[in-house]
Design a protein around this ligand. Structure first.
Ligand SMILES: Cc1cc2nc3c(=O)[nH]c(=O)nc-3n(C[C@H](O)[C@H](O)[C@H](O)COP(=O)(O)OP(=O)(O)OC[C@H]3O[C@@H](n4cnc5c(N)ncnc54)[C@H](O)[C@@H]3O)c2cc1C
Ligand SMILES: NC(=O)c1ccc[n+]([C@@H]2O[C@H](COP(=O)([O-])OP(=O)(O)OC[C@H]3O[C@@H](n4cnc5c(N)ncnc54)[C@H](OP(=O)(O)O)[C@@H]3O)[C@@H](O)[C@H]2O)c1
Length: 527
């Protein structure tokens, strides 16, 4: 970047693990004049903050996506401004339940320069304390702006029409980002609104906030007929409220697995579990107290009956707990505003729009995102954060490839994940994709300076790799706790698709068929 284009100020959105490492990486560059980390909660920690009272549990809107359920707030016309406090739900509480422990060995989950207090699998408050401490240990706690929600991010239009700079830059030749911020002032019970401008923005806003419940025929009517009967795992805290109740859990990923296992101790048996795809830890038959069902075909509100894809049914279900995951939400991004140039997220393909390497944006050189891929969590955020910090300080070892190459990467990846039947941002471990991805970030970042400015991307050590492949929270039936062996598990791999849902293959969305080569849960698919 030429001098006039240098990034001097950076805003980070979110103070979870991704925000913590991003702040540390930016600060380590010893280059930026202003770094601010905006966090809507009262403390850093992100997902790992425990909200013992998960309310409000909202009206359930099956099949609805974040643009519908998590719309932007109306921004006051004049800023700065003080208004009555916002009443619209922003999904800022977390899904942590009482008994939750981490599911990735701590050596692979934590950042490279600090271990968790203990491991390998720690209670939820350990990573929360870790994230909070990480800010103070790196003296980035003074960069935090807490209780402050980023309500809008707009790339500014070029203020001088005669300027020879590109339309996305201001007259100094820099891209500039205007953030609209809202801080709740508890002493006065008001929202304070204002705006700030930065040279660059890094999104670290997480993607497990807005719960998702799929559309199923009859479900909306069933919810109306039986209010409170259908819920999402985000609002589950313990098995106590389900004592003696007949429960149907939908989903068998980490939440579905944990909740079903825990509910066996309290609910009426068997606990029913509806599965679409067998998980690695499912085995050939359900554990005692659990009965497996395929996907739900429909709800019959008149009788309360629930029909499954194999023609069987369940009556007298007291609670249906949807453990069907979350949808990424960017309510602060209006594609029509300023030079934003379109949406950030493509809900059809369930991926970032016009992005590169899960981290960079083809249309916005000074925008980045940390924490999105389903991969090693904290540790992979570290590579993303260092690459972005180095890129913005102009000290990166390798430039990003030209736009055409970035576009080719996006096309090739789409093609690959469609054939494989996985999601765009699921970065697999067993196929070597994680290594390829981190290596790419490693190369872009390169070293810091001789004087010690800038973090150096860490090594993925043998010890770490061994832990990922051998230290398991969930035993895998028939695998003796050892690494996954494809030949040995050939049958399990073929025994995959339970559902008749075409959408799962990621194929039919565009109306064209794609042959899914194999559909097998990656070693880290549960992360
Ligand atoms: C129930 C559950 C269990 C999990 N267990 C594991 C596990 O065992 N191991 C593992 O590796 N991973 C686990 N994960 C994944 C977990 O999300 C990651 O470990 C990691 O915490 C993600 O960090 P993040 O910073 O990207 O996102 P988050 O932790 O979600 O942090 C994002 C932050 O951004 C803030 N924010 C969002 N929007 C705004 C805005 N507009 N303005 C200001 N602030 C904003 C949020 O309040 C939040 O604090 C789990 C996830 C869930 C939901
Ligand atoms: N530390 C822990 O122990 C712990 C506990 C809970 C959650 N977590 C984390 O929290 C995050 C979210 O996990 P999650 O389990 O809540 O969500 P998830 O991993 O996204 O899993 C969603 C589940 O819902 C199923 N599903 C989705 N859409 C469906 C549909 N239309 N019909 C039928 N089934 C459908 C999926 O089936 P398919 O497999 O067929 O797609 C899958 O079983 C992950 O990062 C996870 O690691 C961690």
């Amino acid at each position: 970047m030429g001098d006039a284009k240098r990034v001097r100020s950076v805003a980070v959105v979110g103070a979870g693990a991704a925000g913590a490492i991003t702040a540390a990486a930016l600060k380590a560059e010893n280059y930026f004049e202003r770094i601010q980390v905006f966090e809507r909660r009262e403390t850093p920690g992100g997902t790992w903050i425990f909200d013992s009272d998960p309310k409000p549990s909202l009206a359930i809107r099956p099949g609805r996506l974040p643009p519908d359920v998590d719309p932007p707030l109306e921004i006051p016309k004049e800023l700065p401004q003080v208004t009555a406090p916002n009443r619209q739900e922003r999904f800022s509480k977390t899904p942590i339940y009482n008994s939750l422990t981490t599911n990735v060995p701590d050596i692979a989950m934590c950042f490279s320069d600090r271990r968790f207090a203990y491991g390998p699998f720690a209670p939820h408050y350990v990573p929360r304390q870790y994230v909070e401490n990480y800010f103070s240990q790196h003296k980035t706690d003074d960069l935090l702006v807490l209780n402050t929600t980023v309500e809008d991010i707009t790339k500014l239009k070029d203020p001088s029409p005669s300027s020879s700079s590109s339309s996305s830059q201001n007259q100094n030749g820099r891209e500039r980002w205007q953030l609209t911020l809202r801080k709740y002032d508890p002493a006065r019970h008001v929202d304070v609104w204002w705006q700030e401008t930065f040279d660059a923005v890094i999104l670290a806003n997480g993607h497990y906030s807005v719960p998702y419940i799929p559309h199923v025929p009859g479900l909306e009517e069933y919810i109306q007929k039986f209010p409170g009967r259908v819920m999402h795992s985000k609002y589950y805290r313990s098995p106590l409220p389900y004592a003696g109740k007949r429960v149907l859990v939908v989903g068998n990923s980490a939440s579905g697995h944990d909740l079903t296992a825990e509910l066996v101790s309290a609910a009426a048996l068997p606990v029913l579990q509806s599965r679409r795809t067998p998980s690695r830890w499912d085995g050939a038959a359900p554990p005692p107290g659990i009965a497996w069902k395929p996907v739900i075909r429909s709800y019959l509100p008149a009788s309360g009956r629930i029909l499954f894809a194999d023609g069987t049914h369940a009556d007298d279900v007291d609670v249906v707990v949807y453990c069907t995951g979350y949808k990424t939400s960017f309510p602060f991004w209006d594609g029509e505003r300023g030079e934003n140039g379109g949406p950030l997220w493509d809900y059809g393909a369930d991926k970032l729009a016009r992005a590169y390497w899960h981290t960079f944006f083809r249309d916005h050189a000074t925008l980045g995102i940390v924490g999105l891929p389903r991969a090693l969590t904290f540790r992979s955020f570290e590579y993303q954060a260092i690459a972005l910090a180095r890129l913005f300080s102009g000290r990166n070892a390798a430039p990003l490839p030209p736009d055409a190459e970035q576009e080719r990467w996006e096309r090739d990846r789409l093609d690959r994940v469609r054939r494989r039947g996985t999601k765009f941002h699921d970065v697999q471990w067993e196929t070597g994709e994680t290594f390829e991805w981190l290596e790419g970030l490693f190369r872009i970042a390169g070293l810091g300076t001789l004087k010690g400015d800038g973090r150096v991307p860490p090594a993925l050590t043998e010890e770490l790799i061994w832990a990922v492949e051998h230290v398991r929270k969930y035993p895998e039936p028939g695998k003796g706790g050892e690494g996954y062996d494809n030949e040995e598990s050939g049958d399990a791999e073929r025994d995959v698709v339970v559902s008749g849902e075409i959408e799962k293959a990621g194929a039919a969305r565009d109306g064209d068929w794609v042959l899914v080569e194999r559909q097998h849960k990656d070693l880290l698919a549960f992360i």
